[in-house]
Design a protein around this ligand. Sequence first.
Ligand code: GN1
Ligand code: CA
Length: 156
Amino acid sequence: MRSGLLLLFSLVGTLVQACPSGWIQHGERCYFFSIVDAGSWSEAGGYCRNFNAQLAEPDTPSAVTFLDGEVRDKHPKQGEYYLGGSDFFVEGEWRWASSLNVITNAPWGSGEPNDQLGKEDCLALTIIGYWNDVPCNTSLPFVCQVDNEFSQTAIG
Ligand code: GN1
Ligand code: CA
């Protein structure tokens, strides 16, 4: 019985800290950098949602720094990656898609966001870490985010 309980706890202990295979853990979130372009910002979000995830919303300094490091070190050849932010509703007012909270911690590149040709309403992480606004119909790879198992099952 005792060893059975120990086995149970050690199994739970393994499961609760895991990210899905191919995803990377940071704090209580898992991130996935897509290999291929998925299409528009909306389609990229659809891919994430198909896996019960969402486009990444790095809304803390720690998350910003982490994704910056990841994109520079491990994903340097894929151009820009969609993140889950947009100024779709009010030009110049950038919001996270899931919460509609105003984005307050954006490490915009120099001169960005520039709404080039009046057509750039979607948020992208560039391969050198800073953020840029791009047309929402640009075909780009993307970063998904999901809570890891630890934050979902910590109480259970
Ligand atoms: C890119 O290269 P160009 O001028 O077409 C970028 C814009 C940036 C601009 C900065 C799809 O546009 O968002 O503001 O560089 N376009 C894309 O010079 O990434
Ligand atoms: Ca831009």
